[in-house]
Design a binder for this molecule. Structure first.
Ligand code: CTP
Length: 395
């Protein structure tokens, strides 16, 4: 998503993760945003004013009284579309939760009317402390958004929850908060790619789905402002920008990840889910025994993710879209599939040619109202049209 023309006031407070604020600033500028950094005294211990000024291309404010003499903290507080605190130290969160205003950053945070996004970073024990948790609860109740902290190794020889969210994750959270477009405020789940169904620890059953169509749909929905959760089977293509990705292997994992991502306003099931899985996958590799007959693989049915979500009586997304891969009687089969699976729309794919793994797709959109025949189009264009139709259905 483009952040062109968006004004972001970036507060950098004291944490060893403050160096990541430089990378965040770079990503924000690359996305077109204007960034004005505010550095706390603690932050200045970890990152220099010069580095922030160089990367942001803007003057760095770090002194309440100097700012007062020049442009005033109120003007700084009024300037941004969004205030981002990254990293947000335990101390700064405590000050914000309690309304303290004893330096430039805390004064701006108290005076601003812009939405605030905080990315906490601290030692796991400090994060888990009831005082910090109470502060976080008070802040979220007041509408402050949080991104992270994440799990993982820390600067200290310990690990746990407390790491600053990675800059691309902070960027995605910023994009969501500033999203405009017909799907802003909507959550859409998209499944994509194949599934891998284990035969044993090293072998699996799979299919040729590349994930290109599903990933393109996720990107197109995000471009219209939706918050998108992409549940993807194993693919060799990059994550779409501005989309939360849950990576899964098997159909059963995919169903669990979709359920965990609910509630959603819409769900698009584009994954080529394996209908069957080996009934029992032994924990050890299957060995060949000379002279013995080859092993037989017994198959079991996988859950139908689309039918299961479309059939929910509670928490069903308002719009459920399925795909159908057909080689003959495309529309007739798709109509039948729409009714059988209980979804609202079916995007019927004519896969008689080189669609699986290819760059183009010829589809028919089957809805309760009828059938639209779309011409053969690049998968990105199919994605854009589908996202547009989804946006229209929510208008
Ligand atoms: N689907 C699913 N879970 C499954 C199987 C399929 O969510 N276990 C979804 C796919 O993501 C897609 C639609 O259901 O949206 C495809 O339905 P499916 O019954 O698999 O049909 P096709 O593969 O199109 O063809 P066939 O009916 O011949 O198997």
């Amino acid at each position: 998503m483009s952040l062109a023309g968006k004004k972001i006031l970036l507060v950098v407070s004291g944490s060893v993760a403050a160096y990541k604020a430089l990378e965040l600033t770079r990503l924000l500028r690359k996305a077109g945003a204007e960034v004005t950094p505010v550095l706390t005294a603690g932050g200045a211990r970890f990152v220099t004013k010069e580095a922030l000024a160089g990367i942001s291309g803007s003057r760095v404010h770090d002194d309440l009284w100097a700012a007062e003499a020049e442009i005033g903290h109120i003007r700084l507080a009024r300037w941004p579309d969004l205030v981002v605190v990254a990293p947000a130290s335990a101390n700064l969160l405590a000050k914000l939760a309690n309304g303290l205003a004893d330096d430039l950053a805390s004064t701006i945070l108290l005076a601003t009317r812009a939405p605030v996004l905080a990315a906490p970073a601290m030692n796991p024990a400090m994060w888990a402390h009831p005082a910090t948790q109470a502060n976080v609860e008070a802040l979220t109740a007041r509408g402050v958004s949080l991104v992270g902290p994440e799990d993982g190794p820390m600067a200290e020889p310990e690990s746990g929850t407390g790491r600053l969210a990675e800059p691309p994750h902070i960027l995605a959270a910023i994009e969501r908060m500033l999203a405009t477009g017909p799907l802003a405020g909507r959550h859409v789940i998209v499944t994509s790619g194949p599934t891998h169904e284990p035969i044993d620890p090293v072998r699996y059953i799979a299919n040729r789905s590349s994930g290109r169509q599903g990933h393109a749909i996720a990107a197109a929905l995000a471009a219209l402002g939706a918050r998108v959760t992409l549940v993807s089977g194993p693919v060799a293509i990059a994550d779409p920008p501005g989309v939360a990705v849950a990576r899964v292997e098997s159909a059963r994992d995919m169903l669990a990840a979709v359920e965990a991502a609910l509630p959603a306003d819409a769900a698009v099931f584009c994954a080529a889910v394996a209908d069957f899985r080996p009934d029992a996958a032994p924990a050890q590799k299957i060995k060949k025994t000379p002279g013995a007959p080859p092993p037989e693989i017994r198959l079991a049915h996988n859950p139908d993710i689309l039918a299961s979500i479309a059939g929910r009586t509670q928490g069903r997304p308002r719009l459920v879209v399925g795909f159908a891969a057909e080689t003959e009687k495309v529309v007739e089969h798709a109509r039948e599939k729409r009714t059988r699976k209980g979804c609202d729309w079916i995007v019927a794919n004519d896969v008689s040619g080189d669609v699986m793994g290819g760059a183009e797709n010829a589809v028919h959109l089957v809805t309760a109202g009828g059938v639209e025949d779309w011409p053969r189009l690049p998968k990105d264009e199919v994605a854009r049209r589908l996202a547009q139709r989804i946006a229209e259905s929510f208008a």
